[in-house]
Design a protein around this ligand. Structure first.
Ligand code: SF4
Length: 563
């Protein structure tokens, strides 16, 4: 039996690309289980595909799947429906299954309004999907289907769902997906004990947290590492829920000598110095925390259940251990006013995040907020028949206007951007000897963001090069890195100070004599000074680099020595 698992395209272009670059990890878990049970499985990431029809037709004709499973979120449901329609038009016998958070909370909606959807898998999808495939093979009798927990389908034209499937007790029973697939988003846990009003995770996974063993988790990383992956997103809702387990993972990563870096997500009330120490040692370079708002009243409405002091402490400690502390904020919540926005800005100044993402409060099925919305507005799930990705809370609240929301967002972002150099200058790092190189790595990476990375592109951030220079210099006080010498050399070059650039790059080459980017940058500075002989010497030292060849030719031309 041939199964295609598809991550369909979204309605709108995304602001934060890394949110959707990769299919949800669940698709890989399902794919791995099916593969190990003998099915022919392919996963297609069509999130970025845009206009799909030509590709869909070609793919369906070429692959001739028996079953297509879609990973459905609210925002990509239309993409899934449209692909399913094309697939069914080509082959009416193909079975279409919707799974994921969208299908779990809107199963009735899909089965009522879209004939192309044959089944929905609800919640944790691995075993219900496997059982569904077996039932399809055996013949889809009602008796067979009803015996499968965690699915929904139509009978006599009406949508029905079966009993809830029990959560998988031992997550390690699942095959390791990275044996079969390549991806960068990994998760150690399922579930979150939180109960935030805007979040569907607790109802989807349950509030009791289940864990993989450290051995399983690190093995998963190892398979990917061996095939060349060096960077990971640990996408657990709250990775730090059990610090002992996290430390065990970190120790294993170090023991296995995996030279990786990774980002994690946590609640602010779960970190302490010990766990941050081990996380940094094992390659963690960023932790994102849901801060949501500076207003306690709004945090309470969102049921976030965290105190300002806890937020402050988490950000201080995280930065101290050379991990970039990033804050998620939500604005446009009930009761949001200029005053509450100012409270958020005050909190930003207090916690000094080195990264921040600002979202407008959105209402998704499967959340308390959505229940409240349906009750208050008298709307039904039919609202999703509109071609919208989400419902923004402010659109449902007469106290909030679009103008206000735009101005809140602008104010928050400006306040963050304007203060960012001050936050960078205020960094205080642990002075533990073991952290000297890690501190240099952290500061020079951050400097690079200001001088040549994401922050370099943001007009609203003042003094970017000045901040970068300060950070590069500070990083060199801890330990030399080629990144710091190169960054400083490039900034001086950009400023037209070519001689100073050469001095800095020479300093770097004294420590890293084989470093090609340093040689290249130095050669370019020489060229800018009209010193083509010296420049050529730099490029010639770069071995067989194509880039060097181009510059060598240019130098020869300038020196009039072309033969
Ligand atoms: S927002 Fe985070 S802490 Fe709150 S329920 Fe969702 S996953 Fe849990």
């Amino acid at each position: 039996m041939k199964i295609l698992l598809i991550y369909p395209p979204f309605l709108e272009a995304r602001v934060h690309e890394d949110e959707i670059n990769s299919p949800p990890l669940g698709l890989y878990y399902v794919g791995a289980l099916l593969k190990e049970k003998g099915y022919h499985v392919e996963i297609l990431n069509w999130a970025h595909m845009g206009n799909t029809s030509e590709t869909v037709v070609r793919t369906i004709k070429e692959k001739r799947p028996d079953v297509i499973g879609f990973s459905v979120l609210q925002a990509n449901r239309w993409g899934a429906v449209e692909i399913a329609e094309t697939a069914k038009a080509l082959d009416p016998d193909v079975t279409v299954v919707f799974g994921g958070i969208g299908a779990t909370f809107l199963w009735k909606h899909f089965l009522t309004h879209f004939n192309v959807v044959d089944f929905c898998v609800l919640g944790e999808g691995e075993y219900p999907f496997l059982k569904l495939l077996r039932a399809i093979e055996k013949g889809k009798t009602l008796k067979n289907l009803k015996s499968i927990k965690g699915i929904a389908f139509r009978t006599q034209g009406h949508p029905v769902k079966t009993a809830r499937s029990l959560p998988i007790k031992n997550l390690d029973d699942l095959p390791i997906p990275s044996k079969h697939f390549d991806y960068q988003h990994v998760a150690f846990t399922r579930g979150c004990p939180g109960n935030c009003t805007f979040c569907g995770s607790p109802r989807f996974w349950g509030r009791k947290v289940r864990f993989h063993s450290a051995t399983y988790f690190v093995k998963q990383l190892e398979y990917l590492y061996k095939r060349g992956t060096r960077f990971f997103y640990f996408s657990d809702d709250t990775f730090l829920i059990n610090k002992e387990r996290v430390i065990a993972i970190c120790k294993k990563i170090i023991e296995r000598n995996l030279q990786i870096s990774w980002f994690a997500i946590s609640r602010v009330d779960l970190v302490n110095e010990e766990v941050l120490y081990w996380m940094r040692m094992a390659g963690c370079t960023q932790i994102s925390y849901g801060v949501e708002s500076g207003s306690e009243k709004i945090r309470n409405f969102l049921n976030k259940n965290i105190q300002s002091q806890q937020i402050k402490k988490a950000f201080d400690l995280t930065t101290r251990y050379g991990i970039l502390a990033r804050a998620y904020f939500i604005y446009g919540s009930p009761g949001e006013t200029n005053g509450s926005i100012q409270e958020t800005i005050d909190l930003i100044h207090e916690i000094k995040p080195l990264g921040a993402i600002f979202y407008i409060l959105a209402i998704f099925p499967g959340t308390t907020l959505y229940d409240m919305f349906l009750k208050q507005s008298g709307q039904t799930d039919d609202i999703w028949l509109q071609k919208i990705e989400d419902i923004l809370y402010f659109e449902t609240d007469p106290q909030l206007t679009q103008e206000m929301i735009l101005s809140f967002g602008k104010e928050l972002r400006s306040a963050f951007h304007e203060a960012l150099p001050d936050f960078a200058n205020a960094i205080e790092l642990t002075e533990e000897e073991a952290f000297r190189e890690l501190n240099a790595d952290f500061l020079s990476r951050l400097a690079m963001t200001f001088s040549h990375g994401d922050y370099a592109k943001i007009e609203a951030i003042p003094h970017k090069d000045k901040t970068a220079k300060h950070l590069y210099r500070k990083s060199l006080d801890y330990a030399p890195t080629d990144r710091a010498y190169l960054g400083l050399g490039m900034i001086r070059q950009r400023e037209g100070a070519f001689r100073e650039s050469i001095t800095l790059l020479d300093e770097g080459l004294g420590v890293f004599p084989e470093n090609d980017p340093l040689k290249l940058c130095k050669g370019i500075s020489h060229m800018n000074l009209g010193e083509f002989q010296e420049a050529r010497g730099c490029f010639q030292g770069m071995g067989n680099s194509k880039q060097a060849e181009i510059y060598i030719k240019e130098c020869r031309k300038m020196l009039g020595t072309m033969k």
